[in-house]
Design a protein around this ligand. Structure first.
Ligand SMILES: [Zn+2]
Length: 498
């Protein structure tokens, strides 16, 4: 009898423990689309399936119609890091797709200590070590004693590694030369058996140039599905997370422009693949059991030829394609010192401080001369001295975006802002570009769907950094370590007060 009583007590205690667990979805899915402008949701609406992909997100989910990237430069690595950390380059340290750490030029997720798994090439030497903040996935793992599992996948290394975060179980990205999805020994010693088989089964397709093809969109979803099924995400009782990023949409648009048959095809393919993937989630995890959010790392400025043909103010600027030679030549004429500009990319200009110091030049005078040279170019609207922004006449909210995008050890000293409608590139090219603060580049889609989400939309201004704050509020987990965003109340209040 006593034994029976103890058994009953144990059952009651177990049930109480289960009941006391915070309500959470079985799976969180983050879906980033590289270079997706917010207006694509509506520009393509009649070409998307009526109820499958994007239109299902809009009819079932909650859309934040006025989501803005609250820093510059609006480039891929910064976007992925900012969405998942809820903060900006000033704090998470991912200051561009490329930047300097202690004077050394690095790509965003380059880690010379790491070695590739599934490759012997340098594309495997990747990890999130350059990222200074925690991510949604890190906080989810911390909240559940690391029982939650977190995976990242994309063709681009940075689009997989940064969203997955520091404590991720794995991030997988694509190596064209190996015709395979790979990872690094930061995560594991060898590829899972299912991934080796996945690579073998898809060899013919993986050998094609997926990075700028709609087939790369489909392959990314195929990999996401393979992770979901083989790692049983959302199917083992813990809240897991899968961060997916669709990369080909960026390169296709860089090559052919935002308004082009190639970009159209990519989005129609993406819509069909998204529809299928949502059905797979319904089947494997259960409709209403997963929380999904869709956003973008940045938008894109329309091509010069397209805009100017319709009398829309536009232009392009390809100053850094010659490694700042023009600026350096003019600075040499004035100061007699070669290569005063060390690097010039993504609108950031890095001073060669050792050359300036060796020649005993006054940095302020050098910066003033570099600004004068750049202002002589018709495409340039503003050149800002980021070290001394308090002295610059820059209106809000641009000033705040410049400050939030500036990391004092990693960013360039001067930042160039082009006139509205202008972008980096040659006017003879067909492509589009991004990186600026104007709405073309900074206005991104943000749609939540699934667990806890009521249908609706808001035009309330939302910063990109609010995405992580919102997801963490819904999950009852700590916000990432340097999150500066706030939960989006039209989403969190109804969900938390059901
Ligand atoms: Zn891009």
């Amino acid at each position: 009898m006593k034994r029976l009583f103890l058994f009953a007590c144990a059952i009651i205690a177990m049930l109480a423990a289960v009941a006391a667990q915070p309500a959470r979805p079985r799976l969180v899915v983050g879906l980033m689309v590289d270079q997706m402008r917010w207006d694509y949701l509506y520009y393509y609406q009649d070409r998307f399936a009526a109820d499958g992909g994007f239109n299902r997100l809009l009819t079932e989910g909650f859309s934040c119609n006025n989501t803005i990237i609250d820093y510059v430069p609006t480039v891929t690595a910064c976007g992925h890091a900012s969405v998942y950390t809820g903060t900006t380059p000033a704090f998470h340290g991912i200051a561009g797709n490329n930047y300097f750490i202690h004077g050394k030029h690095v790509s965003s997720v380059q880690d010379d200590e790491a070695n590739g798994v599934g490759t012997s090439r340098s594309v495997g030497k990747r990890s999130p070590r350059n990222l200074l903040a925690t991510t949604i996935g890190d906080e989810l793992r911390l909240a559940t004693g690391f029982a939650s599992r977190v995976y990242g996948v994309a063709l681009k290394d940075r689009a997989s590694v940064l969203p997955a975060g520091h404590s991720a179980n794995a991030a997988f990205w694509f190596s064209q030369k190996d015709a395979a999805f790979i990872t690094s020994d930061y995560y594991m010693k060898q590829l899972p058996q299912w991934l080796t088989e996945f690579n073998r089964r898809n060899t013919a397709l993986l050998k094609t140039d997926l990075s700028r093809s709609p087939k790369g969109v489909s392959m990314t979803f195929a990999m996401a599905e393979a992770i979901l099924i083989n790692e049983k995400l959302g199917q083992t009782g813990n809240t897991d997370m899968l961060a997916i990023s669709i990369s080909p949409t960026d390169l296709i648009s860089h090559q052919h422009g935002t308004r082009s048959p190639q970009t159209d095809s990519a989005y129609v393919q993406l819509d069909a693949d998204l529809g299928r993937f949502l059905s797979t989630l319904d089947e494997k995890v259960g409709r209403g059991n997963y929380l999904l959010f869709l956003s973008a790392d940045h938008g894109g400025t329309n091509n010069y030829k397209y805009s100017s043909a319709h009398k829309i103010p536009s232009g392009s600027w390809k100053c850094w394609s010659d490694d700042a030679k023009q600026v350096n030549d003019l600075l040499y004429r004035r100061f007699g010192v070669k290569n005063i500009i060390k690097d010039f990319n993504e609108f950031s200009l890095y001073l060669n401080n050792s050359a300036i110091d060796s020649a005993a030049l006054d940095r302020e005078v050098v910066k003033a001369e570099a600004k004068r040279i750049l202002y002589a170019q018709s495409a340039v609207e503003l050149v800002v001295d980021l070290e001394n922004i308090h002295r610059e006449t820059v209106p809000e909210p641009l000033k705040q975006r410049l400050i939030k995008g500036y990391h004092h050890e990693r960013s360039g000293e001067l930042f160039v802002l082009l006139k509205p409608g202008y972008y980096a590139g040659d006017i003879t090219e067909d492509g589009s570009n991004h990186g600026t603060w104007t709405t073309d580049d900074a206005h991104i889609p943000l749609v939540f769907m699934g667990w806890g989400i009521n249908h609706g939309e808001t035009s309330q201004p939302v910063g990109m950094t609010s995405i992580a704050a919102t997801v963490c509020a819904l999950l009852h987990i700590q916000m990432p370590s340097v999150c500066i965003g706030s939960p989006i109340l039209p989403i969190t209040e109804p969900a938390l007060n059901r």
